[in-house]
Each structure stands twice: as structure tokens, then as C-alpha cells.
Design a protein around this ligand. Structure first.
Ligand SMILES: *Cc1c(COP(=O)(O)O)cnc(C)c1O
Length: 394
């Protein structure tokens, strides 16, 4: 299939699919072999080498969705992130990262990089010129994440890539929150795109996986380290991920729509103190999000007024479950301070703007009126309990 003329959903459905030449089945067959007879040209197929039939088919699909040349599929988002970072950094090198990052990524850099002699600087994305000011002669990589987890900060991608290109520095982006439905950073000059496929690419809360997309050359660099670190994904999960991506466009479009409505509703609600959603005009970098995103995503973070206990509010939700992770078809909620960003110290969290009251809502594909009704009844219930314990007066 010539994918250049095809739409996003058509590519999701058909691209990189394995033919079932034996029975003409509609879906990709799954090949679980860890041992393959040598072909004439000696291709050594082995799951850890990222080159089983299913791994290669899925790589093709994800690379095409991100407008890259090639991709590698990993056993987790962190396997993809750590392998990619270490493939481009060595002793004596320096990396600039944005301050608001996924907790695991920030933790990897702060807790492990000193062991490898890699220097790092974190910068505030609201001062984009800092990315240039902090460049040192040994700076090799600039790493961004937009929208970021959990505060949905927006980084101006083209501003960063033009600085990096001027100084011949490799750029990497964690595109997990946007997904290729909403944002294709390679089109904006980013060199390497990373995903926790556990999130939107998987989308059903049943897959742990990661992916990296870039040029053939960069992917080969990551591959060389990747086979030594051994973080590839098993073919069962590869197959599930390929199946899941067929509905990626449909799922995320619905999540975009729902999230925008929920964000608008929260914004108007007087029991809500602060709301973070790049699709709202009140978001400080809405104009940048509008420029670089096709949709604003399914993640909404907010703080309730101080008189509503966030833990109690979470308990009172019925449809929306409190749970780890995000981006499933079902709506979920968590408190970043005690989950996704618990590994950071309270000071580090506050530096990023993550308070103990912050809640991160992952909007699913349910009907938006049901999501809103659940939040409303949980607010009402929590207020009632507070009145009972005389914490607020009616
Ligand atoms: C979850 C997440 C990761 C880590 O992915 P895993 O699949 O859990 O290893 C990285 N970046 C972002 C933005 C995430 O949300």
C-alpha cells in the first residue's frame, strides 16, 4: 500500500500489517518463534534484535504514523527513553532537559547520570531562550516533553529545534501525551520521537511498551545499544499493540473532544481553583499549542478549592477510577504527588508546580455528560461530608 496518499485512520488500520498468506485472515498473524532458520541473506532474526516479523511490522506502522523513517519497539516507555538517551550521550557529554518532565525520566537523569559522568541542566520552558543560554561546548542532546506530565505545560517545539539545529545538537521529544494523532514533532524538526506506548498507542490499559521513531541512521545508533541493554518487547504484546493502534485515531479524537468539554466545565466551576488544559484560551501557552497541535489531548489536570479534600473527592468518584497510568478508553484520575511523581522530593515537585492537591484526570471515550456528572456528584458528596464535620458552613 502506498501510504503517502492515505489518511491517518487508514494508515492506523492497514499500514505495517503482516499478510496471512496461509489462510487469508483479516489480521496480522502472530509469530512467536525466538529461533528462525537463516535465510539466504543471513538475517539473524531474534526478538532481542528487534527484528521478528511482528516487531518489524509494528515498527513500520509507528514510524509511518510519526512521519519517521524507522522505529524500534521497546518493553516499556522507560526502556525506550533510557536506551535512546544513553545511545546519544557518553562520559563528559551534557544534556539540556525541560524541567517539567515525566517523573521516571527526571529520576533517571538525577539518580543515574552521575554514574556515567553525564552532565545535565534543567530549564524552565516558559523561558525558551534558556535552551540556548545553557548550551555548553559538550552539549549533545536537548530533551523536551510537550504537553508535559502532569501539568500540561507546552514547549514551543520549533523554537527549540531551531536553536538545536543552529548548534548541531540532537533533539528528542517525549510525545506520549499528544500521540501522533495530535502532534507529529518530526514535521517540526525534532530528530527523535519517543513514546510510552503503554499510554495512547496501547490505549486499553493492558500493554506495557515503548517506541522510538527517527531516521534510519539514528535508529541504528539506538539499535546498537538496544541489543546490549535488551529492552525489546515480546511478540505477544507487539501483536496486541499493533491491534490497538488500529483504533488510535478514533479513540484520541473522542478523548480530545471529551477533554475539551470537561476542561471548559471545570473552568466554570467555582469549586475548582486551578485548571491546566492546553485547549483552554486561559492556558498561558495556548497560542503555542494551537500552532503545533491538531488536537489538545485527553489529559486535564486541576486543583479543587482548599475546602474540598482531594483524596475524599477521589474516593467519591464512581465512574472515574483512581488508578495509576493514563490514556485508557476509561477515564481515570490520580494524585501525581503520591504516584507518578512520588520519586521526586517535595521540593522538586513544587519547583515543577506539582502541589499535593493536584489531580490529573485522564479522559476516556465515555459519553462526556457521564464524566461531568460523576465529577459533579463527587464534589457534592465531598462538600456534604465536610459540612457534616463542620469544616465548612453551608
Ligand atoms: C508513562 C510515561 C512514561 C514511562 O512509560 P512506561 O511505559 O511506564 O515505562 C514516559 N513518559 C511519559 C510522558 C509517560 O506518561
Amino acid at each position: 500500500m502506498d501510504s503517502t496518499k492515505k489518511g491517518f485512520n487508514t494508515i492506523c488500520t492497514h499500514w505495517g500489517q503482516l499478510e496471512d498468506s496461509q489462510f487469508n485472515g483479516a489480521i496480522s498473524p502472530i509469530y512467536l518463534s525466538t529461533s528462525y532458520a537463516f535465510e539466504e541473506v543471513e538475517t539473524k532474526r531474534y526478538p532481542r534484535y528487534f527484528n521478528t516479523p511482528n516487531q518489524e511490522a509494528l515498527s513500520k506502522k509507528i514510524a509511518r504514523l510519526e512521519n519517521g523513517e524507522n522505529a524500534l519497539i521497546f518493553g516499556s516507555g522507560m526502556a525506550a527513553i533510557s536506551t535512546t538517551l544513553l545511545a546519544f550521550l557518553q562520559k563528559g557529554d551534557h544534556i539540556i532537559l525541560q524541567q517539567t518532565l515525566y517523573g521516571g525520566t527526571a529520576n533517571l537523569v538525577k539518580k543515574e547520570f552521575h554514574r556515567y559522568g553525564i552532565e545535565y541542566t534543567f530549564v524552565n520552558v516558559d523561558h525558551i531562550d534558556l535552551f540556548e543560554k545553557e548550551i555548553r561546548p559538550n552539549t549533545k542532546v536537548i530533551y523536551i516533553e510537550t504537553p508535559s506530565n502532569p501539568l500540561l505545560t507546552i514547549t514551543d517545539i520549533t523554537a527549540v529545534t531551531s536553536i538545536a539545529k543552529k548548534h548541531r545538537i540532537t533533539t528528542m521529544i517525549d510525545n506520549t501525551f499528544a500521540s501522533p494523532v495530535n502532534q507529529t514533532p518530526i514535521d517540526l524538526g525534532v530528530d527523535i520521537v519517543i513514546h510510552s506506548a503503554t499510554k495512547y498507542l496501547g490505549g486499553h490499559s493492558d500493554i506495557l511498551a515503548g517506541a522510538v521513531v527517527s531516521t534510519k541512521e539514528n535508529i541504528n545508533t539506538i539499535f546498537q545499544l538496544g541489543i546490549n541493554l535488551g529492552g525489546s518487547l515480546s511478540d505477544f504484546t507487539v501483536w496486541m499493540l499493533e491491534r490497538s493502534i488500529k483504533t488510535l485515531g478514533l479513540r484520541v479524537k473522542q478523548q480530545n473532544k471529551n477533554a475539551k468539554q470537561v476542561a471548559k466545565w471545570l473552568h466554570k466551576n467555582e469549586d475548582v481553583k486551578t485548571i491546566y488544559y492546553p485547549g483552554l484560551k486561559t492556558h498561558p501557552n495556548h497560542h503555542i499549542a494551537k500552532k503545533q497541535m491538531k488536537g489538545y489531548g485527553g489529559m486535564v489536570s486541576f486543583e479543587l478549592q482548599n475546602y474540598i479534600c482531594p483524596a475524599l473527592f477521589q474516593k467519591n468518584l464512581q465512574l472515574i477510577k483512581s488508578s495509576m497510568s493514563l490514556a485508557g478508553v476509561e477515564s481515570t484520575i490520580l494524585s501525581p504527588a503520591v504516584t507518578s511523581h512520588a520519586l521526586l522530593s517535595p521540593e522538586e515537585r513544587l519547583q515543577q508546580g506539582i502541589t499535593d492537591n493536584l489531580l490529573r484526570l485522564s479522559i476516556g471515550i465515555e459519553n462526556k455528560k457521564d464524566i461531568i456528572a460523576d465529577i459533579q456528584q463527587a464534589i457534592n458528596e465531598t462538600k456534604k461530608e465536610l459540612v457534616k464535620t463542620k469544616k465548612i458552613s453551608e
